[in-house]
Design a protein around this ligand. Structure first.
Ligand code: SDX
Length: 425
């Protein structure tokens, strides 16, 4: 923290000195906490200019298109690490040794089964329930099954919850898919790695030995890494806010799943596929670009734009490269949706409307094309995002509880009625 100050001059008031803090990198912050004692609030709907907390987990430079997890660039992690190694890094702050990684993988593997009675909870949903609706319900219900070791002030209990959530999310996600297609649930297998196990639970069946394609498992693992964490995005901020009241970790993660579901956030990957299918052919792209630019039309180019990135989302670059690799390995020539996506990106990036607003493809623009090629239905896309982001949510929750914190309680600019009398009858 430095001793630099901002001086706020407000007519009719003495100048107000506000401390300025610098991080290790990124914008400085002005500490405005003392303003409430002066009878003034800051005003920042959507938190465009607001740092809600101090964190050491992830750094984004939106202008340069940089994303670092504990200092490591996402491109290097995605091309050289694994999802579980990245989980360890996000939670503990350093890359694990070979032994530490093996132990972490073993611990997660032993947490992949869920309480057998959770199966009954699934039976209460309609078969056509959206898998994200099921995930909101069953993840929140985990606190009804795992209420031991929920002392959030106990670091060992927090770590146990993190392992349970990272281990069980793939199992619950695959169960929500199996339930929707009326197939029996598949138990996790401890002889498979994390992503292989997920694909086994998604596409395996009790009538034959599971054959998981290692290429698809590697692509799945890379997709998990690319979605693992992203600073104080809407769902992570939701988890921090829920956690600030002392709510248990399962309830907090369920709140993150709910926030992620929206099409402006994690629901965009499903919306991108629906959009590409609606466009249908490259000849229709100009029509949809015009709709996206039309202020009177609510249509937006899904998978484009970002609150922070005003340059390429580095995850989108890796995702596009992975797209080409996976489709090539699967022998899928000229995937029509990929052709539309690439042409759409090219046209948009040359259009003044998108250039002026610095709108680039984000993480959701290409992910759906890979997921579809792997055989994952569109309705499961945001569930995959929620599974992968669970480690980011729980890492931020753990970081918040590892130091002093206060319950999050924003104020408002009130423009409603002032006090008035109730009419006498
Ligand atoms: C994720 O925060 C994170 O880190 C999120 C995430 C993560 O990993 O957690 O990166 C994951 O959520 C990625 C974003 C996925 N969402 C989409 O792809 C949906 C489409 N994108 C937009 O809805 C929008 O770009 C947001 C929600 C992503 C960002 O919204 P902002 O920052 O509030 O920007 P804005 O709505 O104020 O837009 C600024 C201008 C507006 O035009 P003007 O009023 O200035 O004329 O850009 C326009 C917008 O109309 N605009 C778009 C657009 N996105 C913004 N116009 C057409 N198509 C778009 N996609």
């Amino acid at each position: 923290m430095s001793d630099r100050k901002a001086i706020l001059h407000i007519e009719g008031m003495a100048p107000i000195e506000l401390p300025i803090y610098s991080g290790t990198t990124g914008p400085d912050v002005i500490d405005v906490r003392s303003l409430v004692s002066k009878g003034i609030f800051t005003y920042d709907p959507g938190f465009v200019s607001t740092a809600s907390c101090e964190s050491k987990i992830t750094y984004i430079d939106g202008d340069k298109g940089v994303l670092l997890h504990r200092g490591y660039p996402i491109e290097e992690l995605a091309n050289n690490s694994s999802y579980l190694e990245t989980c360890y890094l996000l939670i503990y702050g350093e890359l694990p040794t070979t032994e530490q990684l093996a132990d972490f993988e073993e611990q997660v593997s032993k947490k992949t089964m869920v309480h057998e009675q959770l199966v009954n909870l699934f039976r209460g949903f309609r078969r056509d329930a959206h898998p994200m609706a099921i995930m909101c319900g069953v993840v929140g219900a985990l606190s009804a099954f795992y209420h031991d070791r929920l002392d959030i002030s106990d670091e060992a209990h927090r770590e146990e919850s993190a392992l349970r959530l990272i281990g069980k999310m793939p199992t619950l996600a695959a169960m929500s898919y199996k339930y929707s297609i009326g197939q029996p649930f598949m138990y996790p297998r401890n002889d498979l790695n994390y992503s292989e196990n997920f694909l086994h639970m998604m596409f395996g069946n009790p009538c034959e030995e599971s054959k998981v394609d290692p290429v698809l498992a590697r692509a799945m693992d890379k997709i998990f890494m690319l979605h693992a964490d992203h600073e104080q995005n809407a769902s992570t901020s939701t988890v921090r806010l829920a956690g600030s009241s002392g709510a248990n970790p399962f309830a907090c993660i369920a709140s993150g799943i709910a926030a992620l579901w929206g099409p402006a956030h994690g629901g965009a990957n499903e919306a991108v596929l629906d959009m590409l299918e609606e466009i249908g052919d490259v000849s229709q792209i100009d029509t949809f670009i015009a709709k996206a630019k039309d202020k009177n039309d609510p249509f937006r180019l899904m998978g484009f734009g970002h609150r922070v990135y005003k340059n390429f989302d580095p995850r989108a670059k890796v995702m596009r490269q992975t797209c080409d690799e996976v489709l090539d390995l699967l022998g899928i020539e000229d995937d029509p949706l990929l052709q539309i996506a690439k042409r759409l990106e090219q046209i948009a990036l040359e259009d003044e409307y998108f250039i002026q607003r610095k709108l680039y493809p984000n993480v959701d623009f290409y992910s759906g094309i890979i997921l579809k090629a792997i055989g994952i239905p569109t309705s499961m896309f945001t569930v995959i995002f929620a599974m992968a982001r669970t480690v980011g949510w729980i890492a931020h929750w753990h970081e918040m509880h590892s130091g002093p914190y206060r319950i999050g309680r924003p104020r408002q600019l009130y423009t409603g009625e002032t006090a008035r009398e109730y009419p006498k009858k």
